[in-house]
Design a protein around this ligand. Sequence first.
Ligand code: TRP
Length: 333
Amino acid sequence: MTKKKEIVMSGIRPTGFLHLGNYFGAIRNYVKMQEDFDCYFMVADLHSLTTHPDTKQLRANVHRVLAENIACGLDPDKVALYCQSHVYETSELYLYLNMLAYTGELEKTVTFKDKVRQNPDNINAGLLTYPVLMSADILLHRAKYVPVGKDQEQHLEIARTYVNRFNHRYGKVFPEPYAFNYNQELVKVPSLDGTGKMSKSENQMATLYLADEDDMIRKKVMKTKTDGGPTEINSSKPEYIENIFGLMKLVSSEEVILKFEADYNNCTIRYGDMKKLLAEDMVTFISPIRSKINAILDDKQYLKNVMEKGAAKAGISAKETMKLVRETMGLDY
Ligand code: TRP
């Protein structure tokens, strides 16, 4: 018999368009993990209700996030790819965990304090218990590894606290979940405006989205900041030039990069040529993904099938866990 694979779980918020930073930061990790682990990847549609109670956009956003992740290589036949709201056991576990969650602790969570500041008119209890719901997502599959960014680590710490409280009070059911990423340091994709990393920023011109049309990609790349070039051989690069090289390293060939490195070092670099090449390599990289996204979005029946299959797979694991939870809590009368 083959050894049982370890369990991985993560949630993806259905908010808008994925960009190159998401691709190299998160999705590539998921795609690699699907080979090595038993993976549950979930669209966090219930979480989005905490800040976006209006559901008009939700269907389109859920479809888009599924299409984008599948187009990037997530295989719904290998992983359980599902919607949070389709697995009702989540809500039951969320309720039990709420009894182990102290409001004082939740009020101190950084993400909660941020959201209160951003959204002072809608400080609902769901927002406060956001980490409890996230813990339920993870514990529902008794997952050990959770591929997430730094901003989610406090939530994982909270999940571990509930694991320990539950296991101690009722009996050992859950393992402690930990953040997991393949590369020691997540690949940072630099922003096109010369500073920081690519993000879902206010400045959409500094971010390359997987949905961007070819001409938009070219336009964004050509707009990146450069200067007159180095005047002394082997000088160090300013951040905005370093960033252009950084972007090149993601999509261009080794040969091309070495050529421009050499040109930089002997002060013959032509940034216009460099950006043109980068733009074309970006187009070559992004456009097949964009086409795949659009083809998937056009096939609503396929998306429905993916969600149904995903919910069925997640449901098996969820039902097993919840049976154990009820028994362990003594609710099996
Ligand atoms: N809170 C996560 C985010 O903002 C999304 C999420 C919801 C999640 N449930 C999860 C992540 C479970 C990991 C595991 O990105």
